[in-house]
Design a protein around this ligand. Structure first.
Ligand SMILES: [Ca+2]
Length: 193
């Protein structure tokens, strides 16, 4: 009799002990989305910081140089319903996001982010504050000689500054106008901003 009770007690004890890790187990929590500028153009390799303001923890963000996709994989242990997540994209604050109960059960949420398009001086493709032959050379390399090469890549601000004809594309027309503008008087640059 005593042995039987002891056996039942032991079985219950094992059940309780083995149930504990199951109850404390965390589930994956994925935050992901795509980053574009205000013109809906993809912003590749974005720099994103997500801070859980309730815990002070910065989430680990994964991005790719050739993509505007980002994701952060956390767990339900680190992110709880009601937590306020602060987003920053390329150094600018984005709206906060409050984690909902539904997002916890679903295992995450998708949030697309927008980078405000910054504009510089029209024609200043190099971004050094002046329009000179350096800009003509860089734009010329970007358009004609070395398309797609990383050292002649232009970010979205530089591309806006390089579309000096203001027709929405960067082509030899821009190189010619910029070259004329730098070399001769009487030419006007017509960026879209
Ligand atoms: Ca320049």
């Amino acid at each position: 009799m005593n042995i039987k009770i002891g056996g039942v007690f032991l079985a219950l004890l094992i059940l309780v002990v083995s149930a504990v890790p199951v109850m404390a187990q965390s589930t994956p929590f994925l935050i992901n989305g795509w980053v574009t500028d205000s013109n809906q153009n993809p912003v590749n390799n974005p720099s994103i910081v997500i801070t859980n303001t309730n815990t002070g923890e910065d989430l680990v963000i994964k991005t790719d140089p050739d993509s505007n996709y980002y994701h952060a994989l956390s767990t339900s242990y680190n992110v709880s319903a009601g937590d306020i997540l602060n987003f920053s994209v390329n150094g600018d604050d984005a709206p906060d996001h409050t984690v909902s109960e539904a997002e916890i059960s679903k295992g995450g949420f998708e949030l697309n982010l927008t980078v405000e398009q910054t504009t510089g001086l029209c024609g200043d493709v190099t971004g050094n504050g002046v329009v000179d032959t350096g800009d003509v050379i860089l734009l010329s390399n970007f358009v004609g000689y070395y398309p797609g090469m990383p050292q002649y890549a232009l970010n979205s601000t530089q591309q806006l500054a390089g579309d000096v004809t203001g027709n929405g594309v960067i082509d030899t027309g821009d190189v010619i106008l910029l070259s004329n503008f730098v070399g001769y008087s009487g030419y006007t640059l017509n960026c879209t901003y």
